[in-house]
Design a protein around this ligand. Sequence first.
Ligand code: NDP
Length: 330
Amino acid sequence: MEPFKAVWITRDEETKKQHPAEVVEISLDDLMEGDVTLKVEHSTVNFKDGLAITGKSPVVRRFPMIPGIDASGEVVASDNPDFAIGDKVVLNGWGVGETHMGGYAGYARLKGDWLIHKPHGLTGAQCMAIGTAGYTAMLCVMALERHGINPDRGPILVTGAAGGVGSVAIALLGKLGYHVIASTGRASEQGYLKDLGAAEIIDRNELSEPGRPLGKERWAGAVDAVGSTTLANVLAQTQYGGAVAACGLAQGLDLPATVMPFILRGVSLLGVDSVMAPKSIRVEAYERLASDLDQDKLQALSKTIGFDDIIQTATDIMDGKVRGRVVIEM
Ligand code: NDP
């Protein structure tokens, strides 16, 4: 088989520091073990891919590494009974792009247990427009629903609104009939956020500085992609009996909060992880995405780039310059 392109991350074995990511040509022999080989047709750039490529956080824990936590494409070889040559599949997470070579290459060799069949009603490109960020937004909405949150309970806040998780969460919640409050640092994106489904926009500075342990009750629930002081303030302003789905750390991984929202208002903090989520939950999330995410909005919140733009886009997402979602056409 012809060599194919891959984004390649190595490190200095003495200092343990990552070298800048580069594009190289490799062959199937360079890939790691797995029972399904996939011709990658689309991938995407998530916040975690930005962390991996820039080395800003120790996301990559095996070298050399091909980053890319998501991929969609066609099975070209399989020893797994669940997948046959020609099947269209989707991968999100499972440590791919961190400890197992990932989606930023012409081919990926993976464990079949990590894959799901491409959901009906979505193309491979749309699955990557959703990607880990969008599927996590769906997991957050499902977590709020399981807690009994519905549009009649009151507004839902979405933090990190113009980012990937935030944009998909707004589109989903808007379609489901919620009054969505979008918190963003990008005033210039007000029109974009309203078109996606936000009813109100607030400046993220309102939430990013240390605040009081309890504030005015402003929302019944929240999808928080930001963490840190923002999450503490979100909890402090959640209505009695409400819930906050926490999935991200764009501001920081700390949580300088008090127990007051929990013990005086019965507020719940719902943790959301996409990486190790079991297959049944992934399938359910994608079924919901196929039915509850407006495809015109998905198109509006995503843009397409080529393979050679991956490294620059990964830097841009770290600088807060990427709006919504990015699809990579391999
Ligand atoms: P993006 O970079 O697309 O979006 C993050 C957004 O957060 C930015 O667009 C910005 O929104 C806001 N933001 C950035 N920096 C700050 C800051 N210092 N203070 C406050 N807000 C800030 O990333 P994703 O949407 O892909 O991911 C969001 C978070 O969710 C990340 O931390 C990621 O690691 C996490 N995540 C977790 C998953 C899980 O399984 N738990 C899965 C997927 C993502 P704006 O410009 O509107 O202010």
